[in-house]
Ligand binder design. Sequence first.
Ligand code: BEZ
Ligand code: FE
Length: 288
Amino acid sequence: MTTIETHTDTALPSPTAAGSGSAATDKFKNERATADTSPERLAAIAKDALSALHNVILEHGVTYPEYRVFKQWLIDVGEGGEWPLFLDVFIEHAVEEVLARSRKGTKGSIEGPYYVANAPILPSVSTLPMRAEDREITPLVFAGQVTDLDGNGLAGASLELWHADNDGYYSHFAPHLPDWNLRGTIITDEDGRYEITTIQPAPYQIPTDGPTGQFIEAQNGHPWRPAHLHLIVSAPGKESVTTQLYFAGGEWLDSDVASATKPELILDPTTGDDGKNHVTYNFVLDPA
Ligand code: BEZ
Ligand code: FE
């Protein structure tokens, strides 16, 4: 194991605001997570987690200096406010895989750290809030229908949609952006249909200037996620799906740092005579 040193890479662009990690930590802390896990189940999970870590230490013959570097790194992740970032990049996809075992409808994907509840409610045909500079980017018109497993349209379903701007910044986590930029809650019409205009997202680089970046570098990895839209689709009496949509032929699709792509979640828009990218995607919700 090499010594992990503090590293600031000025050569790589770092599109996420320096404070995004701590903003994500503050948001998470305010929500105060709970789970109805029994004490017995919790004890079994904790025991196995420790045992897995012990096995890694024994297998690799981890030394005391390496152990102390590990301790320092864990402290740095916490002090840098990077636990939501680190966990959602490297761990969340496995939890999502467990959830996916029990579902038949649209495939899910990770939520990531940048969801904010209560985005402005928008009608079934609408444009996401965006700044004048965002309007320079290729528009994306994303239409479809929300249905149940039998194909019945779900009126009044909601699509919470959020994504990064062309520079990789998420509103609420980058102080220069207006709140709710590129975020909205779209309500489907009487047939469950919607048509949302936004902009074509760009690939997104997770912050590289802290301990998560050091971890990626230590693995000889890269910090990129393919361009994506985030969605939570919900309807009364149905199980909500948290997912992401990606773009055919997009960079990093086969090596997403967050391991969160699925073939069923790839859009293939076509450019219309109006110069906008157009695509249809339908969502299917499981019963609650
Ligand atoms: C995301 O925005 O998709 C994301 C960011 C950091 C960690 C995981 C996902
Ligand atoms: Fe994202």
